[in-house]
Design a protein around this ligand. Structure first.
Ligand code: ADP
Length: 326
């Protein structure tokens, strides 16, 4: 019997379980053994695994996190680590490895490629949506919904106190979450990498101060700033201090943090995860070095290198709508 291995690696994302479920059920239908290795690449180094059966994965669709656990694996950056993974794959006679994760996890696959003759397939799962060759990654929709609901609640207290709120959202170094959440919550300001280049931050700050002062003079209302993580020097507190120091503007800071990574996956993420995972099993015995994505409603296979190396800019239409409405 052919064997296929799966890992979930790097930052967890809601919908990873839905992807595991679809892979296991799909393998079962095809008569392929499916082995899940625990804790990302660590499980492949430590030979920590479990043969997955349909019964094990039937009740997991609606849960965030991952039943296979996830982790970073520093050894993958060394030759010994990579060779140790290859030994485990060979020992179990694995024909294909499906990696459910983000761009770092896919770089791990690229490190394995020269040393292993089996097939390598990537299923994009990260809340950051920072992988090219797919309109959306698994977990992104849920993270945007979670942050939107949180900011709706913050808006209530911001309105009651006529306050300025700085809300930091995740995204690593891309603004997909910031822009989508900012638009969905009618944020007065979205500050992200795409519209705030590092050399222009002084000007961004000045414009922001003028916007806050104008809005507050005119209608005594709340002012919500959605701030992308890793953008502002000193983080949201750095921006808070700058607003106070330079314009006596008081603001409250709220870092949404890890709530964006957890929770029950949205319907969109469950369906996306299922579709991508089923195609991954189809691809696993004919192709290697591909990532499964979905663009403009169509499931497609793309070269893993392209998906990892290309940047994925925030949709221009979202930029334009934000500019028109603020
Ligand atoms: P994500 O997959 O969410 O982007 P990371 O960037 O933390 O998460 O990567 C997850 C894991 O992938 C790392 O801990 C490491 O084991 C592996 N990895 C990342 N980059 C490389 C690389 N350049 N070479 C080999 N393995 C890598």
């Amino acid at each position: 019997m052919d064997s296929l291995a799966i890992i979930t690696s790097g930052g967890d994302a809601p919908g990873m379980n839905a992807a595991i479920r679809a892979i296991v059920l799909s393998c079962h239908k095809k008569g392929i053994e499916c082995i899940g290795f625990y804790h990302g690449y660590n499980g492949l180094i430590d030979d920590d695994y479990q043969t997955l059966t349909p019964d094990m994965v039937r009740p997991i669709m609606q849960y965030g996190g991952t039943i296979l656990k996830s982790a970073r694996c520093p050894q993958m950056h060394t030759d010994e680590g990579v060779k140790s993974v290859v030994k485990t794959l060979q020992r179990h006679n694995i024909k294909a490895l499906v990696v459910i994760g983000g761009d770092g996890s896919f770089r791990g696959m690229m490190a394995l490629q020269p040393h292993w003759t089996g097939r390598l397939i990537g299923v994009p799962a990260t809340i950051d949506n920072d992988l090219a060759c797919t309109d959306s990654t698994i977990g992104f929709s849920t993270a945007v919904n979670t942050a939107t609901q949180a900011i709706d609640k913050i808006r209530d207290t911001a309105n009651a106190f006529e306050r300025v709120f700085i809300v930091e959202v995740m995204g690593r170094h891309s603004g997909h979450i910031a822009f989508n959440v900012g638009l969905a919550t009618a944020a007065e300001s979205i500050l992200s990498f795409e519209n705030c280049p590092a050399q222009d931050l002084a000007q961004v700050k000045q414009t922001l101060i003028e916007q806050i002062q104008t809005k507050q003079q005119n209608n005594h209302s709340s002012f919500v700033i959605v701030l992308a993580e890793n953008l502002w020097p000193g983080g949201p507190q750095g921006l808070q201090q700058a607003l106070h120091r330079e314009a006596h503007i008081d603001s409250a800071v709220c870092v949404l943090g890890y709530i964006q990574r957890g929770g029950s996956p949205s319907t969109e993420d469950r369906i996306l995860a299922t579709e991508l995972a089923m195609e991954a099993v189809e691809a696993a015995f004919t192709e290697s070095g591909v990532m499964i994505g979905k663009e403009q409603g169509r499931i497609k296979r793309s070269c893993i290198i392209g998906a990892t190396e290309q940047s994925k800019p925030v949709d221009q239409a979202i930029h334009s709508v934000y500019k028109l409405l603020t």
